[in-house]
Ligand binder design. Structure first.
Ligand SMILES: Nc1nc2c(ncn2[C@@H]2O[C@H](COP(=O)(O)OP(=O)(O)O)[C@@H](O)[C@H]2O)c(=O)[nH]1
Ligand SMILES: [Mg+2]
Length: 208
């Protein structure tokens, strides 16, 4: 029986300690929120895959969390390696975390060369405490020209904007990988035919 492999895309969470990366991860894995002080252990997982169905296509987002690694050491390059997308998170009530975004962007560009990069302002529920404006985010993206593929605002506390962000990223990844996914599907479906051609007489006579 042929089992069709669902394409999987690695998505990493980046940003300063305390901005809500693990909370986004927890929303993604179990749609839960906690203010618990023991927040570095996110279910003991550092990555989790979830299936999306976009525009008739199946796709798995494999989301990675730093697991609090950034607090004690710098993130290792293996965390970034082969990432298809990176969500650069800052906290809307923390200009400090927003000022560090460019540093994180540099790391992503250096170590996750092919990743689509998204900017996410988290903690949007802290209405009166918000210090980073839409204009600040837009100005940053303009400075980075085409580096940032999209911006989002989210609240892990209320859940607002979280699922929308992941669905949007899934949609964009399907879009930008359309030809790759189709080729993979074709190879899965016609694997025998490909081998048949390679073994056939015609193939051996090929002069190229
Ligand atoms: N008000 C509010 N607090 C949040 C939100 N997201 C996370 N937090 C809180 O911010 C703190 C840091 O969150 P955490 O996910 O551990 O951040 P990380 O260090 O980037 O992984 C925790 O106390 C969370 O409960 C949010 O959307 N709104
Ligand atoms: Mg964390």
């Amino acid at each position: 029986m042929t089992t069709l492999k669902i394409p999987e895309q690695k998505v990493i969470l980046c940003g300063e300690y305390g901005v809500g990366k693990s909370s986004l991860f927890r929303r993604f894995t179990s749609n839960m929120y906690t203010t618990a002080t023991d927040r570095q252990s996110t279910l003991g997982l550092d990555h989790y895959s979830k299936r999306y169905h976009v525009d008739g296509k199946d796709l798995k987002l494999q989301l990675w969390d730093t697991g609090g690694m950034e607090r004690v050491a710098s993130i290792t390059s293996s965390y970034y390696k082969f990432a298809d997308a990176a969500i650069l998170v800052f906290s809307l009530d923390s200009p400090e975390s927003f000022n560090m975004v460019s540093q994180h962007l540099l790391d992503i560009v250096s170590y996750a060369e092919n990743a689509k990069i998204y900017l996410c302002g988290n903690k949007s529920d802290l209405k009166s405490l918000i210090q980073v404006t839409d204009n600040d985010m837009a100005a940053f993206c303009e400075q980075c020209q085409t580096l940032v593929a999209g911006t989002f605002k989210s609240s892990c506390k209320t859940g607002e904007g979280v699922n929308e962000m992941f669905s949007h990223i899934a949609m964009q990844l399907v879009e930008s990988n359309r030809s790759k996914f189709e080729l993979e599907k074709l190879t899965e479906n016609n694997g025998l035919q490909v081998r048949h051609f390679e073994d056939s007489e015609d193939a051996s006579k090929c002069s190229c």
